[in-house]
Design a protein around this ligand. Structure first.
Ligand SMILES: NC(=O)c1ccc[n+]([C@@H]2O[C@H](COP(=O)([O-])OP(=O)(O)OC[C@H]3O[C@@H](n4cnc5c(N)ncnc54)[C@H](OP(=O)(O)O)[C@@H]3O)[C@@H](O)[C@H]2O)c1
Length: 317
């Protein structure tokens, strides 16, 4: 298949690109700006989505068989800083992209988030009542509704949870953020009452390409990892993997930090039925997710000089 991936320079989009190529598909990879690292690997083209005419022209020229939309203003803080711009990408462009796919007869997959829920009634099923607490969650929910309204065939909206993994810029996933904070001499503070059913970009990418290859699975689905863990425990396991002492991590609770972090869902976990029994891809365990984590290249010199126990992890690039 000829698969177009939007957001190809991001944490998830880059993993989807790798998976498309590994499964022998032809790849069209797009991002906002062009990035050296992914460009070398998958030929990422710059195709900003806020002005949609060039996107439409490109798609009518290329006529892909499938479109995976991983492009988003994906950080709730960035959405709060510029909600109108974020809406253009997270909602308007997402809808227009789904409309173009429907017009081309291309299979379409829109990525969404567990942040459409308020975290009070986990585990959530895809039919459960939504109640986003953030502007980011609101925009992603609106996108889901508009994308699902474009057509009822050849379309998937996939809600996913917090992602581990290795991003092309080495600054996006939990372990990359924690290690970057340590490198800056900071003490990352993580919450002991913020529960997430984390998955990995690699695992979700496998599922996404499987869903693209399976035209009989359509509609709104949930996907997550096999285990539930607090942000603090995840941070502790990350420090352990990379050979740092636990004392480097600060501990707090969401309940104590409401003023600083605003309303954030306490517990977000998913009911994975019915999807999990219909696909070959299986949810990744925390151990598998930790195993896939690598040191960002930019942190190598700092790491060599500062790691507490160098026998725990052997850097690979
Ligand atoms: N990461 C998570 O933990 C998580 C959890 C749940 C759901 N999700 C969802 O998963 C999807 C992928 O997230 P991610 O973490 O991989 O995101 P990410 O790493 O922040 O990547 C975002 C991608 O969107 C592109 N993009 C941003 N603005 C754009 C614009 N104006 N025009 C075209 N492309 C633009 C970026 O391109 P540039 O690099 O060129 O700016 C980048 O390729 C999103 O829908 C997100 O909501 C993520």
């Amino acid at each position: 298949m000829k698969i177009a991936v939007m957001g190809a320079s991001g944490l998830l989009g880059s993993a989807v690109c790798r998976e498309c190529l590994a499964r022998g598909h032809k790849l069209l990879a797009y991002a906002n700006r062009s990035w050296e690292e992914p460009k070398k690997k998958y030929g990422v083209s710059s195709l900003p989505m806020e002005k949609f005419d060039p996107v439409m022209r490109e798609f009518f020229d290329q006529w892909p068989d499938a479109v995976v939309n991983c492009a988003a203003i994906s950080s709730p803080d960035m959405v709060d800083k510029n909600p109108d711009y974020a809406r253009l990408i997270n909602v308007e462009a997402a809808r227009q992209l789904a409309e173009v796919s429907a017009h081309l007869g291309a299979r379409h997959l829109q990525v969404s988030t567990d942040m459409v829920f308020d975290g009070t009634s986990s585990p959530y099923r895809s039919t459960d009542q939504t109640n986003p607490l953030s502007e980011y969650g609101l925009q992603k929910l609106e996108a889901e509704k508009q994308v699902l309204a474009t057509t009822d065939i050849n379309l998937v909206v996939l809600r996913i949870t917090l992602l581990n993994g290795n991003s092309p810029r080495g600054d996006r996933s939990p372990h990359e953020r924690i290690l970057s904070a340590l490198a800056k001499g900071e003490e990352p503070t993580l919450f002991t009452d913020e529960w997430r059913q984390t998955s990995s970009a690699e695992n979700v990418a496998q599922l996404i390409v499987e869903l693209i290859e399976r035209p009989n699975l359509n509609g709104l689905f949930h996907w997550a990892g096999a285990d539930t863990i607090t942000r603090h425990e995840l941070g502790r396991r990350i420090l352990q993997r990379f050979g740092f002492k636990e004392e480097r991590l600060g501990t707090s609770t969401l309940a104590q930090s409401q003023e600083r972090v605003g309303d954030r869902p306490g517990k977000l976990t998913f009911e994975l039925a019915p999807l999990v029994s219909k696909v070959k891809t299986q949810p990744a365990t925390i151990d598998q997710q930790l195993e896939e984590m690598h040191l960002p290249l930019a942190l190598y010199s700092w790491y060599r000089e500062n790691v507490d126990d160098p026998t725990c992890y052997n850097p690979r690039f």
